[in-house]
Design a binder for this molecule. Structure first.
Ligand code: SF4
Ligand code: SF4
Length: 309
């Protein structure tokens, strides 16, 4: 990814959570940015990105992502990010998270599967965000730092992205993450809200302003209830582009329709036998995406979901 690309790359991730988290953020400082680019980045940051309402930066990011994907993959709807399920556990049980509907598990991804996931991303020459969650809290994963470092080696131009509930995020943890090569840290702020948590995360954000951002979950953005919950959620919003926002790779290699498939009901392929490109272009997956974009529920897991727009 060129420096110019990183300037406008959208932060588009799906919380483990089944919640859509989207916001334009500034790029990380992992790789040195050419001198002539730095003033442009600074101007964009100060006068454009940070001042625009989120809905505009979101549209800008979407436009950029679609244009980049069209040029690179011949498909403007190609996923904006990839998420690897590196572990299965979370310390929280948010009602809107699809992990809340399953028994607690303690598994971690095997080294072989993690390497295979990286190899599949290498086949794509992937330069966008790579995240380490799918219904799990990655800071509880004992292999996280090593996996971030491996990602940097395998995909030196990608953006290793940590999406965390922030409960374990400290200055010391941030130092270790930065040392490992993390590009972005997105802290999702889940209820119940606590002053001590807010103060700690604010201090971390203050120390790494270009690398750490925070998302408010469930208040300003759509929340999924996914038909797997009894709670009322936000109503169906007319269509869904979840697969284009991010594509998950689960611990067994499955690639699900979206981040809400807690029960492995909507598996579109498996990286053990297929490339990510083959899975993405699979007939069933293409048809489901078309159906969702056109405003219809694509799969039974979509029943009761708000959709992602
Ligand atoms: S904090 Fe844990 S339970 Fe809550 S949405 Fe994230 S992964 Fe799910
Ligand atoms: S509508 Fe379907 S594809 Fe879209 S987020 Fe919900 S469950 Fe996933």
């Amino acid at each position: 990814m060129s420096s110019a690309e990183t300037i406008l790359s959208p932060e588009t991730v799906t919380g483990a959570h089944g919640c859509s988290l989207q916001r334009m953020v500034m790029p990380h400082g992992k790789r040195p940015i050419p001198l002539m680019i730095q003033p442009v980045r600074s101007i964009l940051s100060r006068f454009l990105i940070r001042r625009l309402p989120m809905r505009y930066t979101r549209h800008l990011g979407r436009f950029y992502s679609r244009a980049a994907n069209l040029l690179k993959y011949g498909d403007p709807t190609f996923p904006a990010s990839f998420h690897i399920e590196t572990s299965e556990f979370c310390n929280r049980s948010c009602w809107y998270c699809s992990s809340a509907t399953r028994p607690k598990r303690t598994g971690v991804i095997s080294d072989a599967m993690f390497h295979l996931a990286l190899a599949r991303l290498q086949e794509l020459n992937w330069t966008g965000p790579v995240a380490y969650h799918y219904e799990n809290e990655p800071l509880l994963n004992p292999n996280l730092l090593s996996q971030i470092a491996q990602t940097c080696r395998a995909l030196p131009r990608c953006i290793p992205t940590l999406v965390t509930n922030g409960d374990l995020l400290t200055h010391e943890q941030m130092d270790a993450l930065v040392e490992a090569g993390v590009g972005r840290v997105i802290v999702s702020r889940h209820p119940p809200f606590r002053d001590a948590w807010d103060a700690r995360i604010e201090a971390v954000r203050h120390a790494w302003p270009d690398r750490v951002s925070m998302m408010q979950v469930g208040v300003t953005l759509p929340v999924h209830k996914n038909g797997q919950f009894d709670h009322d959620g936000i109503a169906w919003q007319g269509h869904c582009i979840a697969p284009s926002l991010c594509l998950g790779i689960r611990m067994n290699g499955d690639v699900p329709l979206c981040g809400c498939d807690a029960k492995h009901l909507a598996v579109m392929g498996n990286i053990q036998t297929q490339s990510l490109n083959e899975i993405w272009r699979g007939r069933e997956f293409c048809a489901l995406r078309r159906t969702l974009r056109n405003g219809n529920l694509g799969h039974k897991i979509c029943m009761g979901c708000s959709g992602m727009i």
